[in-house]
Design a protein around this ligand. Structure first.
Ligand code: TXA
Ligand code: MG
Length: 319
């Protein structure tokens, strides 16, 4: 069976598989990742092939702690402060790669900077400790598709291309990590995610935000269309269309939709983030003519949720 329960024998099997340059889908607190030895070109190449990911798009490196991360990238004072505050957790920092890091050039797409984080998930942590080195892990979906927050969604989304899937249950955060570029003079938010930008600013002061359509794309993976379900999704929920489903938020759900999934009836953004990808995936699989979405406040985790919905909508905005 491709899906293996993430108990001790399952985790040991995944470690052995990764040691043999295999790839394994593994749970993190944000989304499932497709993990491989970050120091092996062969293993990393398998990730790119399985995801059909362009080679110029680098992977996030995961370590078991700050000390292990410091062997790979150069930390500055702001990065150290953020690591101490938010690691383990959904904050990825882009920092200069050390010359003797041993990281596969393919993993970092030949760049001088690498994206790195310490994940907050007991299974991923045991894997990292047991393996004893950094793991490269992008989200475990085909390039451009929705990130999986359940083991079954990895299986469905990757069409059996993940060699092994460790099932550690649903991901609690449900949305990818916040990516912050700290390699230059001005800290820059490359991707809103599981840690609110405001919380980062409380630690290190104002950070620069780039907009998807404005500045040049700094995170190579932040293309406009991303996180897309196959069913057309629109921002807005006026004039329900025939056989259109609604991704709702809050108690005031408009009438007229034959199918409704509510991200959070109580308007809780943490709950909404945790449900987002699983609900998008569910509605996508049910075969509706389209997916309409209710407005979500642009604050806190709502910023990351709206970012993913906008990308999934490919510019379809209605009232
Ligand atoms: O929560 C997460 O971050 C999940 C879990 C598995 O850790 N990972 C994840 O990886 O979302 P991925 O590959 O789907 O997205 C990583 C993003 C990509 O947009 C990539 O372009 C960007 O990080 N990235 C990676 N290395 C970078 C670098 N050196 N400079 C700028 N952006 C980088
Ligand atoms: Mg991804």
């Amino acid at each position: 069976m491709l899906i293996t329960i993430a108990n001790k024998p399952g985790i040991d099997e995944a470690i052995a598989h990764i040691r043999r340059d295999g790839i394994a889908a593994v749970p993190t607190e944000t989304v499932y990742g497709l993990a491989a030895n970050a120091k092996s070109d062969i293993a990393v190449a398998k990730i790119f092939a399985a995801k059909r990911r362009p080679n110029f798009n680098p992977l996030i490196l995961h370590t078991s702690g700050l000390d292990a991360a410091r062997e790979i990238v150069e930390f500055n004072p702001a990065a150290l402060q953020l690591a101490q505050k938010f690691w383990p957790g959904p904050l990825t920092m882009v920092l200069p790669l050390k010359e003797n890091s041993g990281i596969s050039q393919l993993a970092v797409a030949g760049l001088e900077n690498a994206a790195i984080r310490v994940p907050n998930h007991p299974v991923m942590m045991e894997l990292l400790r047991g393996f004893g080195g950094p793991l490269a892990a992008p989200s475990a979906n085909l390039s451009g598709q929705i990130s999986p927050t359940r083991a079954e969604h990895v299986l469905e989304g990757m069409n059996y291309r993940a060699e092994m899937i460790l099932d550690g249950g649903p991901c609690l955060v449900g949305i990818e990590s916040t990516i912050l570029d700290l390699s230059g003079p001005a800290p820059t938010l490359l991707r809103p995610g599981g840690i609110e930008a405001e919380s980062v600013e409380k630690e290190i002061g104002a950070i620069r935000r780039i907009t998807a359509s404005g500045d040049k794309i700094l995170a190579p993976g932040m293309m406009e269309k991303h996180y897309a379900p196959k069913t057309p999704l629109r921002i807005g929920c006026g004039n329900p269309q025939a056989k259109e489903a609604l991704l709702a938020f809050g108690p005031d759900v408009p009438p007229g939709f034959p199918r409704v999934l509510n991200l959070s009836v109580s308007e809780n953004l943490t709950e909404a983030a945790a449900n987002l990808f699983a609900y998008m995936q569910n509605l996508d699989q049910e075969g509706h003519s389209g997916i309409a979405t209710m407005p979500i406040p642009e604050k806190g985790l709502g910023v990351a949720i709206n970012d993913r919905l906008r990308r999934a909508s490919c510019g379809r905005e209605t009232s």
